[in-house]
Design a protein. Structure first.
Length: 261
């Protein structure tokens, strides 16, 4: 696989990986981005790739941001019609699925420097051993996940359970948070509002208490508030109160000002 670097715009230099397949009969171009405005970025990247006139037969754009399926499909069709080259957009959920469902955590450790966790150094007690067994069973089910609606519905519960088990097992942050983000994505696509609320709330709670990440918790507070208040259920609104008390406690103890939160 050849590696080439091109300036995509005046501020950012992107690294594109170009691989030839089928005896060099086809040329694929890959572009990677972490920009929030991923839809604008894919359009500019595809334009830049096509304008090199290197005869690429397919373009793959990978974004670290979440992207709705209908938006990806619409933009893929738009770019193929405009430039005559098939474009595939892979988003954050795809990355998470490949790491966890396909058991590629070792690649994330080795090549992306995602944590320095050494599984061989962990000594599990009886309860954690049982939890790890359940987590392994859930991960195994994901490798066989079908496309039927009942399969996806069950996956909403399984993704949340896997994230909760990862937290209890004190897995590295990138793994636990990645599992909660996957649970949120599945709940958005295939679950009910209460399942989405549960996943977002537990991630906010985890960021605060497990990872001492106040700003990360605050990023999710408004999402919890909006979903909970829309239901009007006391059980759901109590989750807002729980997070709000964390904020009030920090202000009361002089750890933050009211303007900061």
């Amino acid at each position: 696989m050849d590696t080439e670097t091109y300036p995509v715009d005046s501020r950012i230099a992107e690294r594109w990986y170009v691989g030839d397949s089928n005896g060099r009969q086809k040329k694929w171009a890959f572009a990677f981005s972490a920009k929030k405005a991923w839809s604008d970025k894919v359009r500019s990247d595809v334009k830049g790739i096509v304008e090199t006139k290197r005869g690429y037969t397919e373009i793959v754009f990978v974004t670290s941001r979440p992207a709705r399926a209908r938006d990806r499909l619409r933009i893929e069709d738009e770019l193929k019609t405009k430039y005559g080259v098939p474009v595939t957009i892979l988003d954050r959920e795809w990355l998470i699925d490949r790491v966890f469902e396909h058991n590629h955590k070792d690649l994330a450790f080795e090549h992306l420097n995602a944590g320095n966790h050494d599984p061989t150094s962990v000594k599990l007690g009886p309860r954690d051993f049982e939890r790890q067994q359940v987590l392994d069973e859930i991960d195994d089910r994901f490798t066989k996940l079908g496309d039927e609606i009942p399969d996806r519905t069950q996956a909403v519960s399984d993704t949340f359970e896997a994230a909760s088990l990862s937290r209890r097992l004190e897995k590295p942050r990138h793994e636990t948070e990645g599992r909660f983000l996957r649970a949120i994505n599945f709940a958005k696509r295939y679950g009910a509002n209460y399942q989405l609320l549960r996943a977002i709330y537990e991630l906010a709670w985890t960021r605060f208490w497990w990872f001492d990440d106040v700003d990360g918790m605050l990023e999710l507070y408004e999402d919890v508030e909006q979903i909970a208040f829309d239901t009007g259920l006391a059980l759901h609104i109590s989750k807002v109160c729980n997070l709000h008390q964390l904020i009030v406690g920090r202000v009361a103890n002089g750890l933050a000002s009211s303007t900061d939160v």
